[in-house]
Design a protein around this ligand. Structure first.
Ligand code: GAR
Length: 213
């Protein structure tokens, strides 16, 4: 199978971008990140891409006002010019429209810091703590046009400790995110994930299964 060409969309710090880039570099994923698209000028993820020698484009969403599709058309153009065939959202804090999703059918992944469908949105960790949840975690899923939804690939449950703050809990979730997102990308890049209705079935034969959920 040909190596997948990954386009990452990110808005911030970029630890998940880094984890996936490192795994591609180590050849643990049969893929290459060919482009980082970032919607926030000055975001830390841009430094990471520069250091890793990965091409980047900044498309500032604020210059598009409410025209989401306008932003997406620019992004899609950049991704297609580079031959991207797998799109990975890594801390990409924007909702996408059906237009974007239709450009890469069943080829867009997202990571979210809660056990979806609980606590979607921009504050998955804070919302879980505010709700008094005893367990939350993270979800890696295919993207459809709704907020933080689409067939689930991997989930990891992370218990909430009595003394957890948003910071300490976020750090524990992030460790698992950085460990599991490269695994999920590998599974998709190797064609091990099949969609049956709303369910993603994974073929784990011959590879080590991480301690999930
Ligand atoms: C991650 O915790 C990711 O789950 C979250 O943003 C963080 C990005 O971290 N995404 C969402 O909340 C999406 N709704 P990173 O920039 O270090 O990868």
């Amino acid at each position: 199978m040909a190596r997948a060409k990954i386009g990452v969309l990110a808005s911030g710090r970029g630890t998940n971008f880094q984890a996936i880039a490192d795994a591609c570099m180590r050849k643990e994923i049969p893929a290459e990140i060919v482009l980082l698209v970032c919607n926030v000028p000055g975001a830390l993820v841009l430094d990471r891409a520069r250091k890793a020698g990965i091409a980047q484009v900044v498309i500032d969403h604020t210059t598009f006002g409410k025209d989401r599709e306008g932003w997406e058309r620019e992004a899609v153009k950049a991704l297609k010019e580079r031959g991207v065939d797998l799109v990975v959202f890594a801390g990409f804090m924007r909702l996408v429209t059906p237009y974007f999703v239709a450009q890469f059918p069943d080829r867009i992944l997202n990571i979210h810091p809660s056990l979806l469908p609980a606590f979607p949105g921009a504050h998955g960790i804070r919302d879980a703590l505010d709700h008094g949840a005893k367990v939350s975690g993270l979800t890696i899923h295919f993207v459809d046009a709704s907020l933080d939804a689409g067939p689930i690939i991997l989930q990891k449950a992370v218990p909430v400790g009595d003394d957890d703050t948003e910071e300490t809990f976020a750090a524990r979730i992030l460790e698992w995110e950085n460990r599991l997102y490269p695994v999920a990308v590998r599974l998709v890049a190797e064609g091990r994930v099949t969609l049956e209705g709303g369910r993603a079935r994974i073929d784990w034969r011959g590879i080590e299964r991480p301690p999930i959920p």
